[in-house]
Design a protein around this ligand. Structure first.
Ligand code: PMP
Length: 370
C-alpha cells in the first residue's frame, strides 16, 4: 500500500451514513431515523417511480450513452444548448471528471476550509496539490481564495450553498470572484443545493435567487454542477450534471465512461424534472423542517449556522462525537463533522416533521444527561 501516490495515502476516506438495516441490526432497534446524508425525507416522486418501472422493461440493453433525452430536458429547463451539459454518476462524478481532465501533479486546486469532502479526494487522487483557504464565519473567504491563486492554480471549487456549513455567498460576490480569475483557472461552482435556494427565493423576496447560469455566456472557465440527489430525491440512482461552455463539456465527455448513467437513472431524472408537485412538497417540507429544528435548538439554548441547504449544523458547545454516538444508541443517525474541523458541531439533515421531533427529543434527553 506504500505504492499509492503520496496524495492518496494522506486522504481521509469519505464516510457516508451507515445503511439503516445495518444499524437496526447492530443496535437491536426496529425504527431508525436517518438524518445524515442530506437526502430527501419524502422520498422519490411518483413520476420518477413510474418512469423507472417503465424503463425496467428494457434493461438488457445498454443505456443511452449520451443521455439525449435528459440533456434535452435540462437544456429546455435552463435555456441552454444540450452541448453545454455533461451528465455524471452523481455530481461527484463531474468533480472527478474535472480533476482527471484538467489536473496534473504540477497543479494546485483551491477550496475553502469546511468545504465539501470530495474536493480533496478528487484533487489528491490525481496527485495535484490541495490549497485549503481558512474560512470566515464558516463561509468561503473569496478575497483570500483569490489571493491564493498562483501560476500553478488550475481549479477552484466553490460550494454555494456549502456543505456542511450551509453558508451561502451573494451572487454579486461570486460573480466578482469569477470575473477576477485568470482565464487559465477553472471555477467550479458546486450548486448541489441550488433548488432549496431558488425555492426560498420564490417564497421570500428577501432571499436572493441564484442566477449563475447567466454567467456561462461571460466566462468560458466557469462550470456549474447540480444534482438529482437532493431536492429531486434520487440520491440512490446517482445523477448529477455540469453546465458549462460547449468546449469544456466536450473535454469532460472525452474522459467520461461511455455508460456512466444507467437506464433507470436517466429515465427517473427526466421524469423528476417534470414533477413540479413533488419538488414543491420537498421544498415546503424543508422550510418547515428547518424552522422546526432551529426552534428546537433555540429552546435548548443552542446556536446553529444559518443554512441555505436541506441540513443545518448545530453548535453543541462540547465535542459532537459522543453526542453523535448517544443519538445513534437512541436510533437517530446524524453526521459528525470533526473531519471538517468542526468538532463541536453535528450536521442534521432536515427530515419529516416526525423525524425532526424524534431527533429533538433524543437530543434534549442526551443533553440533560451530560
Ligand atoms: N456537492 C456538495 C456540496 C454535496 O454536498 C454533495 C452531496 N453530499 C455533492 C456535491 C454530491 O452529490 P451527488 O454526487 O449525489 O450529486
Amino acid at each position: 500500500y506504500q505504492l499509492a501516490v503520496a496524495g492518496v495515502q494522506s486522504l481521509i476516506p469519505y464516510k457516508g451514513g451507515k445503511p439503516i438495516e445495518e444499524l437496526e441490526r447492530e443496535l437491536g432497534l426496529s425504527h431508525i431515523v436517518k438524518l445524515a446524508s442530506n437526502e430527501n425525507p419524502i422520498g422519490i416522486g411518483q413520476k420518477a417511480l413510474a418512469a423507472i418501472q417503465k424503463a425496467s422493461a428494457d434493461l438488457a440493453l445498454y443505456p443511452d450513452g449520451n443521455g439525449y433525452r435528459l440533456k434535452q430536458a435540462l437544456a429546455a429547463k435552463y435555456a441552454l444548448d444540450a452541448s453545454q451539459i455533461t451528465l455524471g454518476n452523481g455530481s461527484n462524478e463531474i468533480l472527478e471528471l474535472l480533476a482527471r481532465a484538467f489536473l496534473t501533479p504540477k497543479h494546485e486546486v483551491i477550496f475553502s476550509q469546511h468545504a465539501f469532502a470530495v474536493y480533496p479526494i478528487v484533487t489528491q487522487a490525481v496527485g495535484a496539490k490541495a490549497v485549503v483557504v481558512p474560512a470566515v464565519n464558516y463561509g468561503h473567504d473569496l478575497d483570500a481564495m483569490l489571493a491564493s491563486v498562483t501560476e500553478h492554480t488550475r481549479l477552484i471549487f466553490i460550494a454555494n450553498p456549502n456543505n456542511p456549513t450551509g453558508t451561502l455567498l451573494s451572487q454579486a460576490d461570486v460573480k466578482r470572484f469569477i470575473a477576477a480569475l485568470p482565464d487559465t483557472v477553472i471555477c467550479v461552482l458546486d450548486e448541489a443545493y441550488f433548488e432549496f435556494v431558488s425555492g426560498a427565493a420564490l417564497a421570500d423576496s428577501a432571499v436572493e435567487a441564484i442566477n449563475s447560469i447567466d454567467w456561462l455566456k461571460l466566462y468560458p472557465n466557469l462550470i456549474i454542477t447540480r444534482t438529482f440527489s437532493k431536492a429531486y430525491g434520487l440520491a440512490g440512482l446517482r445523477v448529477g450534471y455540469g453546465l458549462s461552455s460547449p468546449q469544456m463539456a466536450d473535454i469532460l465527455n472525452r474522459v467520461r465512461q461511455p455508460f456512466n448513467n444507467n437506464a433507470l437513472a436517466l429515465a427517473a431524472a427526466e421524469a423528476a424534472l417534470d414533477d413540479i408537485d413533488h419538488l414543491q412538497k420537498t421544498l415546503q417540507t424543508n422550510s418547515q423542517g428547518m424552522q422546526q429544528l432551529t426552534d428546537g435548538f433555540k429552546a435548548l439554548g443552542l446556536e446553529w449556522i444559518p443554512s441555505a441547504g436541506n441540513f443545518v449544523s448545530v453548535d453543541l458547545k462540547q465535542p459532537g462525537q459522543p453526542i453523535y454516538e448517544a443519538l445513534l444508541r437512541k436510533g437517530v443517525i446524524v453526521r459528525p463533522v470533526g473531519n471538517y474541523e468542526m468538532p463541536n458541531h453535528l450536521r442534521i439533515s432536515i427530515g419529516t416533521q416526525v423525524e425532526n421531533q424524534t431527533f429533538l427529543n433524543a437530543l434534549k434527553d442526551i443533553l440533560a444527561d451530560v
